[in-house]
Design a binder for this molecule. Structure first.
Ligand code: 26M
Length: 823
């Protein structure tokens, strides 16, 4: 039966003001005269939320009633960014809200700044998940995101003497107006204990079964977040789980009178969703991390089966209703969990359960680095999830039988492919489990998917070639163009209409405008205004002063040796050296401002040294009377989604300089191209596709190719040869080694220098000269503003492919076999 929905507030300035004041009075319990900025922000956020509420309820009801095939995106991270702007945009309330606030003497822009972004992710993988759910909602696809409501998101980075110091990110401090807690839908999750064998039935019908007797339990409380589609009347759901102690558990202990113990139990349970692990490529096999993974996955499967399927639904047909997309291996424990539910709880025969399970999952791999592939020690997994370990063993036994049946007794092959690794310790290889169980396995850019097939998962690709596919990543044009770059958006809309916001291929229609001098002039004006916006942000936020009218050269991404921030800083050092030594006259140099943004995993020592090096080089360069006339370095601390939204639209040059074959895709690279920056980049990840699309003339390619790098790695990389042969490189490295950037202390950056000259798996010195040459080409091109802006416009016009809407279409066609829900 239909329960009547309350109607949305009136779509007008008066309607908005009325709703806002009601919120301020009734929910915040204050009046305008006494309201703090936070009161006002919260009332504003709730007002906007009300406009989306009816659509949310309608969307949810439609999904429940019509039971279309849906997608559940399982991800340990959703790096959402601020919500207010996106909600205003989706609900078409930007102008109304601005006017409404102004009529009350308030400044919408100032209120926007009051929002603390939910930083529930590390970087690319988490932000990708956020882009994907935005696109799914905008395309009217029945989809739900499932993840963890971390109490503390990614740490806040500060610098002390140029070194990274981490501070906790208590993003919920001022209240979170975008979430809806549903304690009444709590789910119980079990851990530990042991398993027991028992016989079910008698005589010929007798079956051996196993049952899990858990040792302890926690509760998962769902928090729902709206995921509004762009002006399409749809609002999907993101459901994040928060851990609580079970009621029974603390009641029992309270009855024994041990109050302190009861509180400890509660704290123990709540630890599970307390904090996001800040590593983004080196899994350390920490017990709490596995608890997090199982916690959110168990909650999500339970929730889908109990809440989103109709009562009495026949689970033999589960795959007709859902595809669980595994965002990397973090949620892969969902595979044995579904098997456990079907076999142990629903009484399925093993074969039946496996048939269903393998049709319900698909796996996306996000890396190529062997050290980033998750493995869980058997000892740990067996202690925490004994029944799941049994199930994994059985899956593996049957899988290895299949391998033997196909290839004969090739024990080396069997060991390579096994889900269980034996060395250096017995461990479950989560990527193998995901590959065996998934209907599809995809990489995140063409090159990456090819390398997965040919190298990382080659044995599996030989066995099941049809499983392997590619879906090149994308980014949402709503947040990263329309919201982040209003100037460019207005210019584009004036030229080709506003259809591009949901159909980014239409940016192609801009191509002719690249040859229109008037359009290019206006494009340059937009860039200049965006730079001005950035200058003001850095001044206000960080007290950093940068000039407005230089080439803005930007490298923003997590700090990783494979991404090669050291190559960029060596370029800066070399420029500095050549200017200071008089080899280069400042009049010959194109003035540039180099901006870095990067967080290092707190335990990644080398990455933290590199951060210190960048900051120390920056300090020396910026205070040098001559060099600073044409070269500046800015490294604002705590780069996040909010900073990205101001920084990327201001950039002229996008640095994408990883060693070929190491960056799975990159997504920042796409955001820069879409905002009219030119890329200087290696033939890696999605750079390959960007260059193919924008054309070689509009992209600065340099460096080793993946096969070349692989060949060097094979024969042995010898960095000293480059150092000895190249005087420019030698001088740059010697400056660091002699303590030029460490007050004369040679020991400070010794580890960085000796790594570059020794081990360096990422071959920085091998690409140094090619990089400098490419930077010379950049300078030459930048001297011609007309040619440069023509290339920049062509970058925008030809990058429509990198919309996450297109990625979603590819997933729907190649993997999910689901479709948008018609009105
Ligand atoms: C693992 C263990 C413990 C804590 C955290 C992790 C972990 C978290 C994130 C490991 C890896 C994580 O992310 C990897 C990642 O972000 N990969 C990037 O994915 C992007 C989206 O596909 C690609 O564009 C990048 O190239 C790829 O590096």
């Amino acid at each position: 039966t239909d329960t009547p929905l309350i109607t949305s507030p009136e779509h007008s300035v008066e309607g908005f003001v009325r709703e806002f004041l009601r919120e301020l009075n009734f929910t915040q319990g204050t009046v305008l005269e006494r309201a703090s900025t936070n009161d006002t922000y919260l009332a504003l956020a709730r007002t906007v939320r009300h406009y989306l509420m009816a659509r949310w309820m309608e969307t949810t009801t439609a999904h429940y009633r019509r039971q279309p095939k849906a997608v559940a995106y399982l991800s340990a991270e959703f790096l959402l960014g601020r919500q207010l702007d996106n909600a205003l945009l989706a609900a078409d309330l930007e102008e109304i809200a601005a006017e409404a606030m102004a009529s009350l003497g308030l400044d919408l822009d100032e209120l926007r700044q009051a929002e603390v972004e939910p930083g529930l992710g590390n970087g690319g993988l988490g932000r990708l998940a956020a882009c994907f759910i935005d696109s799914l909602a905008t395309m009217s696809v029945p989809a739900i995101g499932y993840g963890i409501r971390y109490e503390y998101g990614i740490f806040r980075q500060t610098f002390v003497d140029g070194r990274q110091v981490e501070e906790p990110d208590h993003w919920l401090d001022n209240g979170s107006p975008w979430e809806f807690a549903h304690p009444e839908h709590e789910v119980t999750v079990s851990f530990g204990g042991h398993t027991e064998k028992y016989t079910e039935g008698e005589g010929d019908d007798a079956v051996e079964r196993s049952r899990w007797v858990p040792g302890w339990q926690v509760l998962g409380v769902p928090y729902n977040y709206m995921v509004p589609g762009y002006r399409n009347g749809r609002v999907n759901t993101l459901r994040l789980w928060s851990a609580r102690a079970t009621h029974a558990f603390d009641l029992k202990i309270f009855n024994y009178g041990d109050y302190a113990e009861a509180v400890r139990a509660q704290t123990f349970a709540e630890n599970i969703s307390k904090v996001l692990y800040p590593e983004d490529s080196t899994p350390q096999g920490k017990e709490l991390r596995l608890q997090q993974q199982y916690f959110f996955v168990a909650c999500s499967l339970r929730d889908f089966i109990d809440q989103l399927l109709p009562e009495g639904f026949d689970l033999h047909r589960l795959h007709e209703r859902i595809c669980f997309q595994l965002n990397d291996t973090h949620p892969v424990i969902a595979v044995p969990e579904l098997m456990r539910i079907l076999v142990d709880e629903q009484g399925f025969a093993w074969e039946e359960a496996w048939e269903v399970t393998r049709r319900c999952f698909a796996y996306t791999c996000h890396t190529l680095l062997p050290e980033a592939l998750e493995v869980w020690p058997v000892e740990l997994l067996g202690r925490l999830l004994p029944r799941h370990l049994e199930i994994i063993y059985r899956i593996n036994d049957e899988f290895l039988d299949e391998v033997r049946a196909t290839y004969g007794d090739d024990e080396l092959l069997v060991r390579r492919m096994s889900i269980i690794a034996e060395h250096p310790f017995r461990a479950v290889r989560m990527a193998h489990l995901a590959t065996v169980a998934g209907t599809r396995v995809n990489g995140v850019a063409e090159l990456h998917s090819q390398l997965l097939r040919d190298k990382v998962l080659a044995d599996f690709a030989r066995l099941w070639p049809e499983k392997f596919t590619n879906v090149t990543n994308g980014v949402t044009p709503r947040r990263f163009v329309r919201l982040a770059n209003p100037g460019l958006s207005a210019l584009v809309t004036e030229a080709i209409g506003d259809g591009w916001v949901t159909d980014l291929d239409r940016l192609r229609e801009l191509e002719p405008f690249a040859d229109d001098p008037e359009f290019r002039r206006r494009f340059r004006d937009v860039k200049a205004a965006n730079k001005q916006r950035l200058v003001e942000l850095l001044e206000r936020r960080d007290g950093i002063e940068i000039p407005t009218d230089t080439m803005l050269d930007v490298m923003v991404k997590r700090l990783h040796e494979y991404k090669r921030q050291t190559l960029k800083i060596l370029h800066v050092i070399s420029l500095y050296d050549r200017i200071v030594s008089g080899e280069l006259d400042v009049a010959e140099v194109v003035p540039r401002t180099v901006v870095f943004g990067a967080k290092a995993a707190p335990g990644y020592v080398m990455a933290k040294e590199i951060i210190a090096l960048i900051n120390h080089v920056g300090a020396v360069v910026n205070s040098h009377p001559v060099a600073s006339q044409v070269l500046r370095v800015a490294f604002p601390a705590n780069y996040d989604v909010t900073v990205a939204e101001t920084l990327i639209p201001a950039a002229d040059l996008s640095e994408q300089i990883s060693l070929a074959g190491k960056e799975a895709s990159g997504t920042g690279n796409m955001k820069f191209a879409l905002n009219g920056a030119l890329t200087i980049g290696t033939d890696d990840g999605a750079n390959v596709e960007i260059r193919q699309l924008v054309g070689d003339d509009n992209f600065f390619l340099f460096g080793l190719t993946e096969p070349e790098a692989a060949a060097i790695a094979e024969t042995g990389y010898r960095p000293s040869a480059y150092y000895e042969e190249n005087p420019v490189l030698r001088r740059a490295l010697d400056l660091v080694a002699r303590g030029e950037f460490s007050g004369g202390d040679r020991s400070v950056f010794e580890p960085v220098v000796s790594n570059l000259l020794g081990e360096d798996r990422f071959m920085v010195l091998a690409d140094f000269q090619a990089y400098l040459d490419a930077q010379d080409r950049v300078e030459a091109a930048y001297r011609d503003p007309e040619a440069w802006s023509r290339s920049a416009v062509l970058n925008v016009a030809r990058s429509g492919f990198f919309s996450s809407d297109r990625s979603m279409r590819d997933y729907l066609d190649r993997i999910w076999h689901a479709e948008p829900l018609a009105d």
